[in-house]
Ligand binder design. Structure first.
Ligand code: HEC
Length: 178
């Protein structure tokens, strides 16, 4: 596909203007094509942002601002979803810990109920998607918070299953679109 497009592009330039100018524009076109391909496979903040809005924003808020009154237990004695932005405390946790919370779910030990109020996403999201959404949360923090969290993450990094591999972010097969 990539090679086909490049070849077609090359044919188009050379057909119009043979000579050194066409070589220059071919190099330019090829460079643009190759960098576009590189961007497409990088699991960047766009993947994380997409996952966040699809899976997390309903509880944690569209801008990561958390549920209203998130500091107080609700009527059932459960802690509501906290913010992920600079007002919250997500930034105090290392990558490895955040990864575990998202994969396996979490509940405050002092909640009056036993259910996981923070649902487990290990069946819904691939390791690369979990990592991408955490990397996205990191864009919501101050530079100081990011530095602190980076230091913590040196001691407790992402697990090997979430280490970055070249190529597109693999998605978990889903029974139904959420
Ligand atoms: C159904 C609501 C709900 C959804 C959806 C949800 N969460 Fe949560 N999340 C919670 C609740 C409630 C807590 C607080 C649990 C507690 O401390 O008792 C929480 C806690 C967390 C924490 C711990 C924060 C801290 O500061 O300790 C992280 C990290 C987190 N969620 C990330 C995510 C991510 C990422 C997603 C999307 C992939 C997500 N959550 C989707 C409800 C939700």
């Amino acid at each position: 596909m990539q090679r086909l497009t490049t070849a077609r592009c090359f044919a188009a330039v050379t057909a119009r203007r043979p000579g050194s100018a066409s070589v220059r524009s071919f190099t330019g076109a090829a460079l643009i094509l190759f960098s576009a391909a590189a961007l497409a496979v990088e699991p960047g903040p766009d993947t994380g942002r997409r996952v966040y809005h699809a899976q997390c924003a309903s509880c944690h808020g569209g801008r990561g601002e958390g549920a209203p009154d998130w500091k107080q237990p609700d009527d059932q004695g459960e802690m509501p979803a906290p913010p992920h932005d600079r007002e919250g405390h997500t930034w105090k946790h290392a990558d490895g810990m955040l990864y575990r919370i998202v994969k396996n779910g979490w509940r405050d030990p002092f909640n009056k109920t036993q259910r996981l109020t923070m649902p487990a996403f290990g069946q819904t999201l691939s390791p690369a998607e979990i990592r991408a959404v955490i990397d996205y949360l990191e864009t919501l923090w101050t530079p100081e918070q990011r530095r602190f969290q980076e230091e913590e993450s040196r001691r407790e990094p992402y697990p090997p299953e979430a280490q970055r591999a070249p190529g597109p972010v693999p998605t978990q097969p889903r029974d139904k679109e959420q």
